[in-house]
Design a protein around this ligand. Structure first.
Ligand SMILES: *[C@@H]1O[C@H](CO)[C@@H](O)[C@H](O)[C@H]1NC(C)=O
Ligand SMILES: *[C@@H]1O[C@H](CO)[C@@H](O)[C@H](O)[C@H]1NC(C)=O
Ligand SMILES: *[C@@H]1O[C@H](CO)[C@@H](O)[C@H](O)[C@H]1NC(C)=O
Ligand SMILES: *[C@@H]1O[C@H](CO)[C@@H](O)[C@H](O)[C@H]1NC(C)=O
Length: 459
């Protein structure tokens, strides 16, 4: 190798020092990447969110406890495999069952059957999982997360949400139900257990110690989550609400819920086998696998809603990233587009759709398909070195008359930079531009809004 300068021994020493410094810096960087389990887009992301973030928690600091029963696990194991991924990736997840399963359970996290639980009611047994999880004595755990076997977790988003909080303090983090009636029946300030909740390690240790004496008082309550809520209330702890935990106390078509997600990271989705497949024409599990193709590429962006306007053609476009794009004819004011279309039914069977109350604003979903927006569902997701193309294809069963600008529209292509996990710090919705409509494809770019930019129809 040609050396452009004389290699005296002291020069050599400097070189070696410099090289080893470079090596350790790059090692640190790669270690950082590995711990974050993020796609290698950190540099770009830093451009998108220049404010410094607290160092992210790594996944192995979070113990996931999934409460299941040997009868339910059989059909729900595929959901757990989907969000959990290969066991080598995350080994701090445990399944807590009432009985050892009588069927094979390949590629699932370890199954724990705590002793002496067969005589307990399901609510009592599952509340005691807090104690059972602590009894595993897994070292280095900062947070204990609890969920059901029909809960999908978006683990990277969840970890990012927890990173905001000081794990040395007492925290109980989750969200209540979407349904006003369900909150009224239980408690408005309770974390619903199917949506999942997180308890910081010092609080979990204290709770585990007092749990049995507390649970004795609450045998009349239904469900484990109400009992945990009651015991935490006795300890003087309140719920910290994170709206990304989704109990999903609705039935039927989740489109209205998932196409207008709140401006926060999606942490979980529950009741996934009580609702329709989230993409049309495929099975539930295929639909969720399809969703995870996008989740794996850019978890922070999943379901994030971006709205843009085409003044010339009088169109309003709403993107729910990784899920669906809607094209409305005419100018829809932003607050309307952010409210949820009632595509779903109330959780309580027999209750009429219009009189049911939710914890958010809803609007009508026209029963006449020709009065609905054009809907495009996510078809492909392709990442390159700088960003991601998500392409959405038209879904419309009927031949409705539409304005000229969109009647031939077959697909929408959306380009976005990888979104870092900055949005939960001081969230601001992003903006988008409709850059072209040609050959039946509308192309949209998602980007950070300008400081004074307003999301509205201009012209
Ligand atoms: C998870 O894997 C790591 C690395 O292989 C190991 O150090 C740790 O003990 C494992 N944790 C559990 C709970 O098995
Ligand atoms: C289970 O219950 C039996 C009888 O009530 C008791 O003797 C035993 O100690 C219990 N085991 C555990 C692990 O709590
Ligand atoms: C859709 O409707 C238009 C007129 O309303 C008609 O000309 C066209 O043939 C129809 N297309 C299909 C596929 O039914
Ligand atoms: C997605 O859309 C872009 C822009 O129209 C296009 O270049 C790309 O080939 C499409 N990708 C797929 C997989 O359809």
């Amino acid at each position: 190798m040609a050396v452009p300068f004389a290699t005296t021994p002291s020069r050599m020493k400097d070189c070696i020092l410099l090289l080893s410094a470079l090596l350790s810096v790059s090692l640190l960087y790669f270690q950082h990447l590995r711990l974050n389990l993020r796609p290698p887009t950190t540099f770009l992301s830093a451009v998108e969110s220049p404010s410094p973030l607290p160092p992210p928690l790594s996944l192995d600091r979070v113990l996931f406890s999934v409460a299941a029963s040997s009868s339910s696990l059989r059909s729900r194991a595929t959901y757990i495999r989907l969000w959990h991924g290969p066991i080598s990736h995350l080994n701090t997840t445990f399944l807590f069952l009432d009985r050892p399963p009588s069927y094979p359970t390949p590629s699932l996290p370890p199954i724990i059957v705590p002793p002496n639980t067969s005589s307990l009611s399901p609510g009592h047994r599952i509340a005691r999982v807090v104690k059972d999880a602590l009894a595993l004595n897994v070292p280095g755990i900062y947070w204990y997360v609890f969920g059901d076997d029909d809960t999908l977790f978006f683990t990277e988003n969840l970890v990012r949400i927890l990173s905001k909080y000081d794990n040395n303090k007492w925290y109980y983090i989750g969200c209540n139900s979407e349904s006003y009636e369900q909150n009224e029946k239980f408690y408005f300030d309770m974390a619903f257990g199917g949506g999942g909740y997180a308890i910081s390690a010092p609080l979990a240790r204290v709770l585990a110690r007092v749990l049995d004496s507390c649970l004795d008082r609450y045998r009349h309550l239904y469900g484990s989550d109400a009992r945990i809520f009651a015991c935490l209330a006795e300890l003087g702890v309140r719920l910290t609400v994170e709206p990304g935990f989704h109990q999903v106390d609705v039935r039927g078509n989740l489109f209205g819920l998932l196409s207008a997600h709140q401006l926060s990271l999606a942490a979980s989705l529950h009741h996934i086998d009580a609702v329709d497949p989230i993409f049309p024409g495929v099975s539930r599990i295929h639909a969720l696998e399809h969703l995870f193709n996008a989740v794996r590429v850019n978890p922070a962006r999943i379901f994030q809603q971006t709205v843009c306007y085409d003044h010339t053609n009088s169109l309003t476009v709403s993107v729910s990233w990784g899920f669906a794009v809607q094209v409305f004819e005419g100018n829809q004011f932003l607050p309307e587009v952010l409210s949820l279309q009632r595509t779903f039914r109330p959780w309580k069977r027999g209750r009429d759709v219009a009189s049911s109350r939710y914890m958010f604003n809803t609007r009508e979903y026209p029963s006449d398909p020709c009065k609905r927006p054009l809907v495009f569902f996510m078809h492909t997701v392709v990442a390159d070195t700088t960003g991601v193309w998500t392409n959405y294809t038209r879904h419309s069963a009927r031949n409705c008359s539409r304005t000229k600008a969109i009647e031939k529209l077959k697909a929408v292509s959306v380009y976005s930079l990888n979104l870092d996990f900055g949005i939960e710090q001081a969230p601001r919705r992003q903006c988008c531009d409709i850059s072209s409509v040609s050959d039946g494809t509308m192309t949209i770019q998602i980007r950070k809004c300008g400081i004074y930019e307003l999301i509205a129809m201009r012209g």
